[in-house]
Design a protein around this ligand. Structure first.
Ligand code: HEM
Ligand SMILES: *[C@@H]1O[C@H](CO)[C@@H](O)[C@H](O)[C@H]1NC(C)=O
Ligand SMILES: *[C@@H]1O[C@H](CO)[C@@H](O)[C@H](O)[C@H]1NC(C)=O
Ligand SMILES: *[C@@H]1O[C@H](CO)[C@@H](O)[C@H](O)[C@H]1NC(C)=O
Length: 326
């Protein structure tokens, strides 16, 4: 009896210990690398003033990282002669190099001050937050303490990423499998307020939607004609892209939601947010209130940033983000 009550009394203490050991927290590097956030911000700002689009590319790369094996910098691993890594999953969907460079430059700046201490994953998390800020989005606080993963396989990518060809139902299920709600999904889709998409991602909507409709009836007619001019059906240059948000292409703002309201969502999955009551209501709310968007986007980014993370003694602190430590 006495023995079991001692165990019971110790239980909360043990549980707290276990939790803090394996959890993210604010200021994880406050002693080991106190300036990490400023060092990363300076690197991101330098990149932004040289190549502004690198920040949007970094945001997309971070999304891909978190959805495949959890946020663990597995997307930064390079392929070698015998082994194809995540970032090379499908050559046609290739992620832009300048986005990778943004993360690698931030990590190099951190390594020169605090060698071997800060994970590539935490650098990515902070640098993505700062990229969002440079693009005019909200600045949210991030927790740290992530470690870098030991798996990066091209074959694991496709099934874990949302596709523009998926139904809204499939997209919702995928986000839910990553711990993200419908409201989080609609908020995170606001990332499509910046950057661009290749014509092939939306061509069927403007040329051969189905047997009775050449053009997707949910798309605004003028917008469809402009997209046709950008993406000719015959002799298409496969590298051509259209802005995700034709109104304010490089500002992370609520214009994305307002566009959807007007039939100017670029990808089928963007416009589909307006096709069901629940997601449509959130689109309206976001379009009408910048403050609500900024708050929800920050919260959802934080939620995504903690999905599937490795902490404590899991994984490693990679020195070179492109290769596993030997
Ligand atoms: C809701 C499901 C989503 C789908 C179906 C989707 C799909 C796509 C596709 C097909 C592209 C164009 C890629 C290309 O042609 O190179 C794209 C671009 C982009 N996505 Fe998403 N995405 C989704 C969610 C997200 C999320 C959650 C984020 C980040 C939080 C994000 C960030 C971006 C960015 C920034 C771009 C522009 C990249 C550039 O300019 O090169 N996406 N997305
Ligand atoms: C390729 O990468 C894998 C995984 O990091 C590693 O096990 C293997 O030794 C590498 N091969 C070469 C030739 O470097
Ligand atoms: C990439 O695009 C080319 C040209 O459209 C196509 O022939 C090829 O099958 C695509 N590759 C993949 C892996 O989708
Ligand atoms: C084509 O799409 C429209 C709009 O979604 C729909 O009303 C129509 O039934 C579809 N036609 C065929 C042949 O599937």
């Amino acid at each position: 009896m006495a023995k079991s009550s001692t165990i019971l009394a110790l239980l909360p203490f043990t549980m707290i210990l276990l939790c803090t050991q394996g959890a993210l927290r604010y200021g994880f590097y406050s002693e080991s690398c106190p300036d990490v956030e400023r060092i990363v911000f300076d690197a991101v700002a330098r990149k932004f003033f040289k190549i502004p689009t690198a920040t949007a590319h970094a945001l997309r790369i971070f999304n891909h990282d978190c959805f495949v094996e959890g946020c663990d910098a597995s997307v930064l691993i390079s392929s070698n002669g015998t082994f194809r890594s995540e970032r090379d999953a499908e050559i046609n969907r290739s992620l832009p190099q300048d986005g990778f460079d943004l993360f690698l430059e931030a990590k190099a700046a951190v390594e020169s001050r605090c060698p071997g201490v800060v994970s590539c994953t935490d650098v990515m998390t902070i640098a993505t937050r700062d990229s969002v800020y440079m693009l005019g989005g909200p600045r949210y606080e991030v927790q740290t303490g992530r470690r870098d993963g030991l798996i990066s396989m091209a074959s694991r990518v496709l099934e874990n990423l949302p596709q523009a060809s998926q139904t809204i139902h499939e997209v919702i299920n995928l986000f839910q499998s990553k711990g993200l709600s419908i409201a989080d999904m609609v908020a995170l889709s606001g990332a499509h307020s910046v950057g661009a998409s290749h014509c092939r991602e939306f061509m069927s909507r403007i040329y051969h939607f189905n047997q009775t409709h050449e053009i997707d009836p949910t798309i605004d007619k003028d917008y469809a004609m402009k997209l046709r001019a950008t993406c000719p059906d015959k002799g298409l240059d496969l590298n051509v892209m259209a802005f995700n948000d034709p109104t304010t292409p490089w500002t992370l703002d609520t214009a994305y939601y307002d566009n959807i309201r007007k039939g100017m969502g670029l990808l089928a999955t963007d416009q589909a947010l307006y096709s069901r009551r629940e997601t449509k209501n959130i689109v309206e709310e976001m379009a009408n209130d910048k403050k609500v968007f900024r708050k929800r986007f920050g919260e959802a980014m934080n939620k995504m940033s903690s999905f599937g993370v490795k902490t404590g003694t899991e994984g490693e602190i990679r020195r070179d983000c492109r290769v596993f430590n030997q």
